[in-house]
Design a protein around this ligand. Structure first.
Ligand SMILES: [Zn+2]
Length: 344
């Protein structure tokens, strides 16, 4: 399934959960249901998330990550070799403390993690569907390793596991597989030494399109505080773009709106498709379609129109449903403005 629309819109992935499923506007929110009720509750939430996207006119839809508590830990929790009970506190991306699972033995994926959910989404829509998985480097950064004691070795193990899951997601009808790698914006030497090779391993052999999402994190306080330390120009992308441009990934998903990323850096990935973040997820105010259009126009100086995918800077899980809905509407309306300009 492909889309013929110019400037097809999408979101980075996560959307707010309904308050009957989980405590709203927080990460790692505990489920409010259990057992069979939880299974059905997650499916119903997925239907709602899909409906919200379709009503907003989003072209490439996702599950809104309604079946997972967190974009990284939920995947890790389904693997063997992981101790979920005796957790450890680690500093995520050198920024904030979180209680995370511990690697205690060889990691394996005994069963698929999201494939049933992807089939469920596939059955509900004819639009292109995109499915996000955590990237290997971000996974390594979101746990405590008591077994391999080597970030690169563990990341390559995870890349193999992600690849198994991705192949099954593709077979279930997913059109675009996305790896979330916010860690690419922090550990530049490792990204260039092995992170991008590891990403290539994770997407090896896939016929569907692939995305790597590299952002400055969810709009939570630890991230917004960190952004304040980054100075007036954020040039983090510059360190990893040359090698990303050479990588096997098809699409690069970036944070562009309200960030201090100089748009000219996009020239460094010329030739790749780019999901341009034109919606800020770190504040509650809803962009106007004209603001979205302005960001897209600026990006068009460096990204060919047929390779530009308007998107959000990051996931919208921590926002209210009303704000997320408003932002999706603004994204679609802003993309429409620029589409009309391009057609004229
Ligand atoms: Zn993100």
């Amino acid at each position: 399934m492909t889309t013929n629309t110019l400037l097809p819109t999408s979101t980075a992935g996560s959307l707010p959960k309904p308050s009957w499923l989980a405590e709203p506007e927080m990460l790692w929110s505990p489920w409010k249901l259990s057992g069979e009720e939880l299974v059905i509750g997650k499916q119903d939430a997925l239907r709602v998330a899909l409906q919200e996207q379709q009503l907003a006119g989003i072209d490439i839809v996702t599950d809104g990550e309604q079946t997972r508590q967190h974009f990284v830990t939920t995947f890790i929790e389904h693997l063997e070799g992981i101790d979920l009970e005796e957790r450890r506190t680690v500093k995520i991306r050198d920024r904030y403390d979180a209680s995370v699972p511990r690697v205690v033995g060889p990691v394996k994926r005994p069963l698929s993690v999201f494939v049933e959910d992807a089939r469920f989404l596939r059955a509900q829509t004819h639009r292109q569907i995109k499915w996000a998985l955590p990237g290997p480097m971000t996974m390594v950064d979101t746990l405590y390793d008591d077994h391999y004691r080597n970030r690169e070795a563990l990341a390559f193990e995870f890349a193999g596991i992600i690849n198994q899951e991705a192949r099954e997601l593709e077979a279930a009808g997913v059109d675009i597989i996305q790896l979330d790698e916010p860690a690419f914006n922090v550990f530049f030497d490792e990204v260039n030494d092995w992170g991008i090779d590891c990403m290539n391993r994770a997407i090896e052999g896939l016929a569907c399109e692939t995305v790597v999402h590299v952002c400055y994190g969810y709009g939570i306080k630890a991230n917004t505080d960190w952004k304040k330390t980054l100075g007036s120009e954020w040039r983090q992308y510059e360190s990893v773009f040359p090698k990303l441009q050479q990588s096997n990934v098809d699409i690069i998903s970036l944070e562009c709106h309200n960030s201090r990323v100089p748009m000219a850096l996009l020239e460094l990935v010329r030739g790749k498709k780019v999901m341009v973040g034109a919606i800020d997820v770190a504040n509650e105010s809803i962009e106007t379609p004209h603001e979205v259009a302005a960001t897209l126009r600026e990006a068009l100086q460096y990204v060919d129109a047929d390779k530009l995918y308007p998107s959000t800077n990051c996931g919208m899980a921590p926002l209210s449903r009303q704000v997320a809905r408003g932002k999706m509407n603004a994204l679609r309306a802003g993309a429409e403005i620029v589409r009309e300009e391009l057609a004229a």
